[in-house]
Design a protein around this ligand. Structure first.
Ligand code: UDX
Length: 436
């Protein structure tokens, strides 16, 4: 049986999932309450930057298989419903805000036909899926609910959806697993590992994975702090420990740390949930992971002060990068933008450039100054900060831009620039975790 799919919530996750499932040949109905977003998506326009997804969306909308609407009753045509709405951090708390997930499930409940499967993909605190399933069965006993966490990385969203390194499904019946196997058949055919779990384990897999990744980054940033104090070089250290296959060389890039819409909020929500469950102590270490991560931002600001002077009033600082990572226009909890804003608050004249994230950065911090090009950004600068490692910045010739700045000082907040090249070109070069 060819399933018809609905995708509730057409943000990063939902828009990607909808376009990718359509590309696998399914009829997909995307639903969101945001009329502007639905208007854009219906015209085949992607409301955010994600390599390859713009073209895929255009093709799939043109094929007629993929449609978008704000009308929830449209899901009545589908039998498998993916819930992809956001679970942001609650204001004034570490916990996740489940309003949208709960709202999405109750909004589709009246339209579920017999045999329908609701599949949660949003990252939720453990226990949410079981609770939602019980609620759903009360009003819609003809349906079932499963959980299917999503591990996609921004910048690689299409690749990660169509060729994931595993598929995890939390189910309470063989039938639910069978439906999900039918939906993911083309992905499974690639040899993708399939993991069947119970509902709580499937929810935990996601936050455990993100906690592990956050821990790896904060671990190397802690080593960076020690390297600085001891006169070592964290980039050499990371390379050396990374050769041990038990450690691995990925996610050991020291710098200003992690940001984005997932890692920071997920580790905080995980701690909050563990506390509710009486397992607070087990995740105490994540508090330290968060603290190390935020400290990296402060260390850059301290370095700027040490290099220029304590009072930054009127000093001109050029910042390369606003996105939380390259190949993304996402500025949610971006370490780069946070540093920019803090320096501006301290009185510096901050000019920011980013190849893709400038519009979003402007919306968040309209008082910062933005430059159309990386070169224009550094004009007259007392110091340059490299905070998001876009390829464009690595390709810049330090010799060529030296004449543009007031003083040739650069801090590489991502350990991605070629130090020898910059110093040979007459720049004073600092990087986190590398004692000069
Ligand atoms: C992350 C997870 O990787 C993904 O599996 C999950 O589904 C969502 O959260 P994403 O937020 O897209 O994905 O970003 P990721 O590539 O994990 O990077 C997170 C942050 O860590 C970025 O700010 C990045 O700059 C930083 N980072 C990453 C480092 O500072 N050092 C590293 O070595 C790697």
């Amino acid at each position: 049986m060819k399933h018809v799919l609905s995708v509730i919530g057409t943000g990063y996750l939902g828009a990607t999932h909808a376009a990718c499932m359509s590309s696998l040949g399914f009829t997909v109905i995307g639903v969101d309450t945001d009329e502007v977003k639905i208007g854009q998506l219906s015209r085949g326009e992607l409301p955010f930057y994600e390599p390859g997804l713009d073209e895929l969306l255009r093709t799939e909308v043109a094929s007629g298989r993929l449609t978008f609407t704000t009308d929830f009753s449209a899901v009545a045509d589908a039998d498998v419903h993916f819930v992809c709405v956001g679970t942001p951090q609650k204001k004034g708390s570490l916990a996740a805000d489940l309003t949208y997930v709960e709202g999405a499930v109750s909004a589709i409940a009246p339209y579920l036909k017999p045999g329908s499967l609701v599949v949660g993909k949003s990252t939720v605190p453990v226990g949410t899926a079981s609770r939602l399933r019980e609620q759903l069965l009360k009003t819609s006993p003809q349906a079932d609910l499963a959980w299917n966490p999503e591990f996609l990385r921004e910048g690689f969203a299409v690749e990660d959806t169509l060729r994931p390194n595993r598929l995890v499904v939390g189910v309470t019946s063989d039938r639910a697993e069978e439906i999900l196997k039918e939906v993911y058949e083309p992905v499974l055919a690639l040899g993708t590992p399939w993991i069947r779990a119970d509902l709580p384990t499937s929810e935990l897999v996601k936050v455990a994975a993100n906690s592990f990744l956050a821990t790896k980054i904060s671990f190397i940033n802690a080593m960076a702090e020690v390297c600085e104090a001891a006169g070592g070089d964290v980039t050499v250290l990371a390379q050396a420990i990374g050769y041990d296959p038990r450690i691995g060389n990925k996610f050991l890039q020291a710098g200003i740390g992690f940001g984005g819409g997932c890692l920071p909020k997920d580790i905080r929500a995980f701690m909050a949930r563990a506390e509710e469950l009486g397992a607070k102590q087990a995740l105490e270490f994540l508090r330290e992971i968060d603290a190390i991560n935020l400290r990296a931002r402060q260390r850059v600001i301290d370095l700027v002060r040490a290099e220029l002077k304590e009072d930054l009033t009127g000093l001109k600082i050029a910042i390369w990068g606003a996105a939380f990572k390259p190949e993304s226009d996402d500025v949610r909890d971006s370490p780069a933008l946070d540093i920019a804003a803090q320096l501006a608050t301290a009185g510096a004249i901050v000019t920011v450039h980013d190849p893709k994230a400038m519009e979003n950065a402007k919306k968040r911090f309209p008082t910062l100054t933005f430059s159309a090009t990386a070169k224009e950004c550094v004009a007259g600068a007392d110091l340059v900060l490299h905070l998001t490692e876009w390829r464009e910045y690595r390709d810049i010739d330090p010799k060529e831009i030296k004449s543009l700045v007031k003083s040739p000082i650069i801090i590489d907040g991502r350990n991605a620039l070629n130090r020898d090249l910059w110093t040979a070109s007459g720049w004073k070069f600092h990087a986190l975790g590398r004692a000069n």
